[in-house]
Design a protein. Structure first.
Length: 304
């Protein structure tokens, strides 16, 4: 079985997500090959084939050009699976490739079992298993779902990817989004509110703990979706990625999409009334308690 991994390369660096694609291929038991598209690419250590498209103008995302380059690699490698990260790059490019190849696409894979690929459903509360009807498929893999076991080693066999022309789309430029709200990426302490805080009126209790610790307020997605906290506070795949010295998760279950945003925190404290909540797997300290009883008591102690 062969998996062609479409790696993301930005500002002179292979994104960590590429190593997660390698971990995914390893779990699948597939031989992997990488596609790297960029401008002045440093090819990483890796013991397999790297299909390299390295030219001026390739560093910026151009959907038509990148699709043609991926299809050129598919033609050479003939993989069973063409695998993207479930990122904005993968969201845009994977369906273009699947449509052109007329093969199935399975999005947001979070696991593999004997019957197929596991994907989330019911707002990620449950998993269902799906498998492609045909022999070939395009997959997107959820960030944080497959653990990286160190950086790859070895010397790659580099195959140059070339296509004629520049594609039907021209990259014009980037415009930075208007800065709104807070930048959690720089915070050393983050105290996040999850659905377990119960209601909007309880959020200030969590914010008070954040303030007492000299930190910022974070939140899980349901808290943001409910309008209790602004989106700029959301941690996770569709929020911010954070790496504070201390992360305190209050009433947060530990869904993959949340963990992907905070798993690089140095020290994680979770407060949850369920001793088996998945957040316990990544927490350095799990406090089994009612968050609305424990947090005010802790804040009062800190304020003394
Ligand atoms: P829940 O999963 O409902 O967990 C609540 C927790 O609180 C439970 O563990 C419960 O035991 C505990 N609890 C309840 N009451 C109390 C109490 N009184 N005291 C102590 N503990 C209590 N989620 C994100 O956070 N960030 C994202 O960026 C994100 N992006 C997503 C993108 C996609 C495409 C999808 C499908 C989902 C995304 N999600 C994201 C949602 C994610 O899958 C989870 O649904 C979400 O993280 C759950 O939030 P939660 O832990 O606050 O709520």
């Amino acid at each position: 079985m062969k998996a062609l991994l479409i790696c993301e390369y930005r500002e002179g660096k292979l994104l960590d997500s590429s190593y997660e694609l390698l971990a995914f291929a390893g779990k699948l038991g597939a031989d992997s090959a990488m596609v790297l598209i960029g401008d002045a690419v440093n090819v990483p250590r890796y013991g397999g084939t790297v299909y390299l498209a390295d030219a001026a103008g390739y560093g910026e995302y151009n959907p038509d050009l990148h699709k043609q380059l991926v299809l050129a690699a598919v033609a050479q490698e003939n993989p069973d699976y063409i695998v993207f990260q479930h990122s904005s790059y993968g969201w845009d490019l994977a369906p273009r490739v699947a449509a052109k190849l007329k093969v199935a696409q399975i999005s947001e894979v979070i696991g593999i079992n004997d019957d197929g690929f596991e994907v989330g459903c019911c707002n990620a509360k449950m998993r269902r298993t799906v498998k492609p009807a045909g022999a070939k498929a395009v997959l997107t893999v959820q960030a944080g779902a497959f653990s990286v076991q160190g950086e790859p080693q070895g010397t790659p066999n580099v195959e140059k990817l070339e296509i004629a022309g520049t594609g039907s789309v021209e990259f014009v430029g980037y415009e930075p989004a208007e800065a709104k709200g807070i930048d959690l990426g720089k915070a050393e302490v983050i105290v996040s509110a999850g659905r377990g805080v119960g209601k909007k009126d309880n959020v200030p209790v969590i914010a008070a703990l954040a303030k007492a610790l000299g930190g910022e307020l974070g939140a899980s997605r349901p808290v943001v979706d409910a309008g209790w906290v602004e989106h700029s506070h959301q941690v996770g795949t569709t929020g911010q990625t954070v790496s504070p010295k201390l992360y305190v998760a209050c009433g947060i279950s530990g869904a993959i999409q949340h963990l992907a945003g905070m798993k690089k925190s140095d020290f994680v404290v979770a407060i949850n009334k369920d001793k088996d909540a998945p957040i316990g797997d990544v927490a350095d300290v799990l406090i089994v308690a009612d968050v609305m009883q424990f947090v005010p008591a802790l804040t009062a102690k800190l304020q003394k």
